[in-house]
Unconditional design. Structure first.
Length: 312
């Protein structure tokens, strides 16, 4: 898997004429918790974007690269567009989403089957009128009875803002071929930006922090993960061994105790699960050390957010 390779044209691979090559960027946008990250991971066949049942898990844009035949798809997973709790962190994430609209070739607006609410409409309203997104209706596997899906599709099909509609299930890899075909027709002809076997351009350092943060969302209470963040203090590779030291940043002292848990059991579980996922990513052994530090008000402090790597 590639890490931080400069985006430069790639020559035509064996078996493909340069004239047949297509390459473009495709953004996945939508309100929180509609399955954008799950969709990205299943499309490229590798977990690079973290997921959980809690909304707003994704905080930074993540690229996933799929090369299929003569076409290279560069997917961009974005944070869920936040309409509530607009602290400095969420404002930064919203700016990241809005800046994506004009930077990509194709826009996928992802929603949940049978759910079209004010938050979905607000995301659509933020998209410039001249851009007609593809509407991806996710989680159709949860629709019962299936007959209720058709009226929903017909209703949204009357909206002239959408260029095409694709119902699918990210978890079950259904209807992906139709979606990829629809995207391909809208991508420009031209050379690839990445090698055929590349899956992302993200640093393993960044992905390691994300995999740790994923376990905070999966293993802690409903609200606590939103008051946490992760910074990598040291990442050293010695052959097949990756030595990582990371700090979990929390807002209050009592949150630090909850992250550590009784006799350190919670922190140990977070570290074990994160380490296992990082080892799958790097295909090597990982030695992970975690610390917990209190940094009050970090999510609403522009200076603190910059130190943690956010663009504010």
């Amino acid at each position: 898997m590639s890490v931080t390779k400069p985006e430069q044209p790639v020559s035509a691979p064996d078996g493909h004429a340069a004239s047949s090559m297509r390459c473009g960027t495709i953004a996945l946008v939508g309100r929180p918790n509609v399955g954008k990250s799950t969709l990205l991971n299943h499309l490229i066949g590798q977990k690079i974007s973290i997921t959980s049942r809690k909304p707003q898990t994704t905080r930074a844009r993540v690229k996933g690269i799929l090369t299929h035949g003569p076409t290279q798809f560069v997917f961009v997973d974005t944070p869920g567009y936040q309409t509530r709790h607009l602290n400095a962190l969420n404002r930064a994430m919203n700016r990241s989403v809005l800046s994506t609209f004009r930077e990509v070739d194709v826009l996928l607006l992802v929603i949940e089957a049978l759910h079209w609410g004010s938050a979905d409409q607000q995301v659509l309203d933020c998209i410039p009128q001249e851009i007609r997104p593809l509407l991806v209706i996710n989680k159709i596997d949860r629709v019962k009875p299936k007959t209720t899906l058709l009226p929903f599709l017909e209703l949204l099909g009357k909206n002239p803002r959408f260029s095409e509609i694709f119902p699918l299930s990210a978890n079950h890899d259904t209807q992906f071929d139709a979606l990829l075909q629809g995207i391909t027709q809208r991508l420009p002809e031209g050379p690839w930006l990445f090698d055929a076997d590349d899956l992302t351009d993200s640093h393993t350092r960044f992905l390691a922090a994300e995999f740790i943060r994923e376990q905070l969302f999966r293993l802690l209470g409903e609200e606590l993960p939103y008051a946490t963040n992760v910074q990598i203090d040291s990442y050293v590779q010695e052959g097949g061994l990756h030595r990582i030291q990371a700090t979990i940043v929390v807002d209050h002292a009592n949150q630090k105790a909850m992250v550590i848990g009784r006799k350190g059991e919670k922190l140990k579980e977070i570290g074990t699960r994160a380490r296992q996922n990082i080892e799958k990513l790097v295909a090597g052994k990982v030695y992970l050390t975690l610390w917990v530090k209190v940094k009050g008000g970090w999510a609403d402090d522009d200076r603190a957010l910059k130190q943690l790597g956010f663009d504010v």
